[in-house]
Design a binder for this molecule. Structure first.
Ligand SMILES: NC(=O)c1ccc[n+]([C@@H]2O[C@H](COP(=O)([O-])OP(=O)(O)OC[C@H]3O[C@@H](n4cnc5c(N)ncnc54)[C@H](OP(=O)(O)O)[C@@H]3O)[C@@H](O)[C@H]2O)c1
Length: 324
């Protein structure tokens, strides 16, 4: 069994990792580190785990663990690694944005690889350190990568995406307060969201010249999931667009092209990304949907771990959608 450690275990992505790893056939959770809940049962923070595990949060880190997941806010992962030197065989999977950009990907002796399997599967399999992508970034990159690969993103790209409240982390805020969020919708960080840099880096992996990416993020009235719509000029037919996407994702375990229009609930609670294509005059509309805490975070982190340890890519990730 692979021994795994989780840092930031009482947060949202930490909780999802615990849920995934206790059901993973090849992994045993070695420790779950917390700054606030030492000695308390994991179920004290995640009540759904009652009866599933007797593990307690710890304040001690096993630096020789085989794989560690950092589920910390931005800036805290690099700080944590500076204060805790893991063995030189420990695989590190970081969920923050500390190491995602090429300019940030070197940390001390470590070289982090951007963990989007649909883009860098081979490098991920050979990697020791993974920078797990952002949730909006995952949904948007998966929607646009097949076009980028064919050099078909030279015109402006318009993206609108709506996220659930868990995307903002467990700490309550004005905009995650039930009274404000419920029956409400609003945009934030128009054209300036922090994921734009990693999205642009991924889309230019194939073709340096891409159009301007105009991204409007929205807060939705639901706890989990991201539905993104992206459109740009496309001269080919809808049949050609579908063929291009089917080809790009022919070996993808979790990203699938739908012939029917998609909705959020068909992917919530799964590690899937569903994509739909629609042509209107000279515009191609691409819709993608993911669960922000799974394909957008902890599920993708487990997918990356599976690749690194040469396990079945989908191990522990065959999940059932919420649907109703
Ligand atoms: N939420 C999402 O949908 C999502 C998606 C993709 C990526 N991410 C990224 O993943 C990371 C974790 O996100 P999250 O939503 O799980 O956040 P979260 O719910 O706020 O959890 C973070 C946890 O980190 C621990 N922590 C807080 N301050 C710390 C510090 N100074 N040093 C060490 N530990 C500290 C806390 O756990 P303890 O009290 O147990 O120590 C806290 O619960 C973030 O960088 C986020 O941007 C999140």
């Amino acid at each position: 069994m692979i021994k795994a450690g989780i840092i930031g275990g009482s947060g949202y992505t930490g909780g999802e990792l615990i849920r995934l790893l206790i059901n993973h056939s090849q992994v045993e959770i070695d420790f779950v580190f917390s700054t606030t809940r030492v000695g308390k049962k994991l179920s004290s923070a995640h009540p759904d785990l009652l009866g599933q595990t007797e593990l307690e949060f710890t304040g001690k880190v096993n630096l020789k663990v085989e794989v560690v997941f950092l589920c910390l806010g931005h800036g805290n992962s690099s700080k944590f690694l500076a204060e805790n030197s893991f063995s030189n065989t420990t695989k590190i999977i970081d969920l923050s944005n500390d190491f995602r950009l090429k300019a940030d990907s070197n940390f001390e002796e470590k070289q982090f690889i951007y963990g989007l399997p649909e883009l860098f599967k081979n490098s991920i399999s050979d990697a020791q350190y993974i920078a797990n992508p952002g949730c909006f970034a995952t949904a948007i990159e998966l929607a646009l990568l097949p076009l980028a690969k064919k050099g078909l993103l030279h015109n402006d790209i318009h993206v609108n995406a709506v996220t659930g409240s868990t995307g903002a982390g467990i700490k309550p805020s004005h905009t995650t307060h039930f009274s404000w969020r419920n029956n409400n919708v609003s945009w934030y960080k128009p054209f300036t969201h922090q994921h734009l840099s990693e999205i642009n880096e991924s889309l230019t992996a194939f073709d340096n010249e891409i159009g301007r990416l105009n991204f409007l993020p929205n807060r939705g009235n639901f706890p989990r999931g991201i539905l993104a719509t992206a459109y740009t000029e496309f001269q080919g037919s809808i049949k050609e667009a579908k063929a291009l996407y089917q080809k790009y994702y022919e070996n993808a375990v979790f990203t699938h092209i739908s012939h029917e229009p998609i909705h959020l609930k068909q992917v919530v609670n799964t590690n899937n990304c569903h994509i739909h294509l629609h042509k209107h005059e000279n515009l191609l509309l691409v819709t993608s949907a993911i669960d922000n805490l799974l394909k957008g975070a902890s599920g993708q982190a487990v997918q990356n771990m599976n690749l690194i340890f040469r396990l079945n890519e989908g191990e522990g990730l065959q999940l059932k959608a919420g649907v109703f």
